[in-house]
Design a protein around this ligand. Structure first.
Ligand SMILES: NC(=O)c1ccc[n+]([C@@H]2O[C@H](COP(=O)([O-])OP(=O)(O)OC[C@H]3O[C@@H](n4cnc5c(N)ncnc54)[C@H](OP(=O)(O)O)[C@@H]3O)[C@@H](O)[C@H]2O)c1
Length: 364
């Protein structure tokens, strides 16, 4: 079988502060036939995610830095076009990490065959993928959201946050969300949040207080933190007794060149006998099957609506898509389709499904 032409993004330097075009290069390669134990995959759609900023920068986080002068990695959905492993025949839809490229040779052992392949490929990167499962683990295992809880979630129009809003509503909570534009605030409300605010409209502390007054709440039972910084301090200020703070991520500091100050009011955790817990999805992979079955059901009945932004330009547009995602130009899951005719580099946001209601939950 002959080689096929492909393009891939290679990391050339490690940025300090905001990454730029000079940190990466799009290179032409020829992808050969798979060796035994490998498959060749045509990538259909790849994900761009905040944690990639740490891997590009090279600092020691929970994920290994991307090596310099090698193609980067990203969660990706693709179709197997050639196989040298009998467990994954050609034609199979798989999820793998060899994104940032059009075609990839992937060890069969690193491919996950899509169980619910009736869903759109991009759904497997959003609500069925890392963001959806992170939201689910944070809500179910870390914050343990219950009916009647008052829940605040930051980056509520983001990939994780938009799913948290919907899961918390399914659990019967009162939900407040923050996001970075009037359009995103509207979306958060459409997803079911009882109140939402644009954090650019004033201090988060005051905006959160106003949102709590709108829903008749005097304190928070849960804060789901995607952002850190001012949001975290504002939330700690108004926690109830035995509140739970799920530390999922802190995107407000990912591009900071110097260490940022932490909340100045952590003594509140003592006074309120509250729990603040960081978590990583990778420690909860035992829940994958339970999560995927539950989320697939929610998606099928319209109880969770996928929200995603598709960045155009195909593989050429992937780096700008990553920067745009960090800058807040995406709503919901940021994905880059890699097949088809991608002349435009514009991005397009879509929501699908009907209205959500706790009644639609079939099983707990
Ligand atoms: N713990 C884990 O295992 C795990 C797994 C996956 C993700 N995460 C973390 O979860 C968080 C959410 O991830 P995601 O994939 O759903 O990304 P996301 O929330 O969709 O991230 C992009 C959004 O972050 C917001 N943002 C950027 N800079 C901000 C700032 N300075 N202040 C407030 N908001 C800002 C922007 O929305 P606005 O326009 O609303 O500002 C942007 O659209 C991230 O912190 C990520 O690192 C953790």
């Amino acid at each position: 079988m002959s080689s096929i032409p492909s393009r891939q993004w290679v990391l050339r330097s490690r940025p300090t502060g905001r990454p730029s075009a000079s940190d990466v290069e799009l290179v032409d390669v020829a992808v050969g036939s798979p060796e035994p134990g490998f498959v060749r995959v045509q990538n259909l759609v790849m994900s761009v995610e905040p944690y990639m900023r740490g891997r590009i920068g090279g600092e020691a986080t929970y994920a290994e830095p991307y090596p310099l002068d090698e193609p980067m990695l990203a969660p990706t959905i693709g179709r197997v076009t050639a196989s040298a492993d009998e467990s994954i025949p050609a034609g199979t839809l798989v999820k793998h990490e060899y994104g940032w490229r059009e075609h990839a040779l992937v060890p069969a052992s690193e491919c996950t065959v899509l169980l619910h392949d009736d869903l759109a490929p991009a759904d497997h990167l959003g609500p069925m993928g890392i963001p959806g499962m992170t939201a689910w683990v944070g809500c179910e295992r870390i914050a343990r959201i219950e009916s009647g809880d008052v829940v605040f979630v930051s980056s509520a129009a983001g990939a994780v946050g938009s799913t948290v809003v919907q899961i918390a509503k399914l659990r019967g909570a009162t939900v407040i969300g923050s996001a970075g534009s009037p359009e995103k605030v509207e979306l958060v409300r459409r997803l079911g949040a009882d109140a939402a605010f644009d954090y650019h409209d004033g201090s988060v502390k005051d905006l959160l207080r106003a949102a709590m007054a709108e829903v008749g709440a005097t304190g928070l039972d849960v804060y789901f933190d995607n952002v850190g910084g001012e949001h975290l301090e504002a939330a700690v200020r108004v926690i109830n007794d035995h509140a739970r703070i799920a530390l999922c991520g802190m995107i407000s500091i990912y591009n900071s060149a110097t260490p940022q100050p932490g909340p100045n009011n952590l003594i509140k955790l003592v006074w309120r006998r509250a729990r603040m817990e960081g978590f990583l999805l990778r420690d909860h992979l035992d829940a994958r099957e339970e999560f995927e079955n539950r989320m697939a059901e929610w998606l099928h009945i319209g109880a969770v609506r996928p929200v995603q932004t598709e960045f155009g330009g195909g593989i050429e547009g992937a780096w700008d898509a990553f920067l745009g995602m960090l800058d807040g130009t995406a709503t919901g899951k940021a994905v880059v389709p890699l097949t088809g005719n991608h002349v435009e580099k514009d991005c397009k946001t879509s929501e699908s499904g009907g209205t959500i209601s706790p009644d639609k939950e079939a099983t707990r």
